[in-house]
Design a protein around this ligand. Structure first.
Ligand code: ATP
Length: 437
């Protein structure tokens, strides 16, 4: 399968089965924004829960935060976004084309759309989205939709220390929406103007920063593999000196082999003590850490693992997509990790005209749905019902037949192997819970 073809298939499947829709589609769509449908919402929520479990609940040294999207405008002066968060942008001068590009996206000086080589002067284009708070639309009311969640963490550094009495090293994690007026959004949900980030600021002593940086690279890389991404589709790319921000002591990207090429999923950076110092300077507040034993005061270093929920969702969709030949027919199956599957179990009655079978199937569904995401479907023949569930990555199908009324057993079919097993109805929940854990 040619790789761009794969992307088309995934976009089509996402729309057809309710994972992802174009934003405001009935009005012709909005460039750079996407809506998650019923299954996409489950998938993304599962992904965020898996992240939160791994980096907050599963550790002793990280706490969570949920800061506002709107922040005091001075935040962005301190962070450097007001002055520097810009892409250089050019317009193709070919009147038939006129497309806008990031200057670094030109193809050896040529327009990627029409091949033209004449462009407007490169202009800096700030990526922050602006809005106004309150009734007056003047310069005093301007605020920005945050372009990253990280700054919400830094400005709350003292609040978190004062309320949790954390000692170094410790981290603060946050998931939330961010906005960037990207010049060229594209590749489906890879680059959008509204997206969600999962970020950690891990504060530590300067002398331990380089070992913590390495630990975080490894643990974040491992997280993607633990959730089923194939090792050969992941790589680490260390930034060269010329790529690093002036304050950063190191940065490594976790890249995924997307159908459009290797691209960043998540970045892990050693940001030194830059951010806290900047906010201390701009706010006039003391943001140093005080060691409770020695009373020594200093600015901690920070390691920042920063990933995107949408990019990760796309990587998990791509990695899960499989086409298999079964009895001369193509079976499309999304091989999601059980933690990520939007639907864990589908209960399917073999005979929808048999009241006993339907009643038993419905009662199984009612029992299971207290503990796992479960659907009931009787709207087609069993072969078609299986294909539907395979295509959305449902981990298990439970079928109920006439025999079930006598022997009180149902058939459990596992998605990847298609292997089937008869299990006593009263043991079903425990059996499935174990398999899904
Ligand atoms: P890129 O170089 O691809 O623009 P970046 O290096 O600017 O990304 P960061 O500022 O490091 O990205 O943001 C951290 C993470 O947030 C990225 O690794 C990515 O997963 C996600 N992210 C950033 N910009 C976008 C976007 N426009 N759409 C979707 N996700 C994004």
């Amino acid at each position: 399968m040619a790789e761009p073809d794969l992307m088309d298939k995934i976009v089509a499947l996402c729309k057809r089965r309710g994972f992802i829709f174009q934003s405001s589609e009935i009005y012709g769509g909005l460039n750079g924004a996407w809506d998650y449908g019923p299954l996409g919402a489950e998938l993304k929520r599962n992904l965020k829960n898996a992240w939160w479990q791994a980096v907050v609940h599963g550790r002793d040294d990280v706490v969570g935060l949920d800061a506002a999207i709107l922040m005091h405008p001075k935040t962005w002066e301190a962070s450097g976004h007001a002055a520097n968060f810009a892409d250089m942008m050019v317009d193709c001068k070919n009147t038939q084309c006129g497309k806008r590009w990031r200057a670094d996206q030109l193809n050896h000086g040529q327009c990627p759309a029409c091949g033209g080589s004449s462009f407007t002067q490169a202009r800096a284009f700030n990526l922050m989205l602006k809005t106004n708070l309150g009734a007056m639309e003047d310069s005093a009311s301007v605020v920005y939709l945050r372009p990253e969640t990280a700054q919400g963490i830094f400005v709350n550094f003292n609040n978190v220390i004062d309320t949790t009495h954390r000692k170094l090293p410790f981290g603060i994690a946050q998931i939330g929406k961010s906005f960037r007026n990207e010049v060229t959004p594209g590749n489906f949900i890879f680059r959008t103007r509204e997206f969600e980030q999962m970020e950690i600021e891990y504060f530590c002593r300067p002398q331990e920063a380089s070992s913590k940086y390495k630990e975080w690279i490894q643990s974040r890389y491992q997280w993607y593999m633990d959730l089923g991404i194939k090792k050969e589709n992941l790589q680490l790319r260390q930034h060269g000196k010329e790529e690093l921000a002036h304050y950063a002591a190191g940065c490594t990207d976790i890249e995924y082999n997307f159908p459009f090429g290797w691209s960043e999923l998540e970045g892990i950076a050693n940001r030194t003590d830059y951010d806290l110092k900047q906010h201390a300077q701009f706010s006039g507040k003391d943001l140093q850490y005080q060691d409770s034993v020695t009373n020594e005061k200093f600015y901690p270093y920070v390691i920042e693992p920063s990933g995107g929920c949408d990019r990760a969702t796309l990587a998990f969709l791509v990695d899960a997509y499989h086409e298999e030949k079964v009895n001369d027919q193509t079976r499309v199956v999304m091989k999601f990790h059980p933690k990520l599957s939007p639907i864990k179990v589908a209960v399917l009655p073999l005979l929808k005209k048999n009241d006993g079978v339907v009643a038993l199937a419905k009662s199984i569904k009612t029992q299971l749905q207290k503990d796992m995401v479960c659907v009931y479907d009787d709207t087609a023949a069993i072969g078609k019902l299986y294909r539907r569930q395979d295509e959305v990555g449902t981990s298990f199908c439970v079928t109920v037949d006439v025999q079930s009324l006598e022997d009180k057993q149902a058939t459990v079919r596992e998605r990847d192997t298609m292997g089937q097993e008869r299990i006593a109805v009263e043991r079903l929940k425990e059996y499935l819970k174990k398999k899904l854990s």
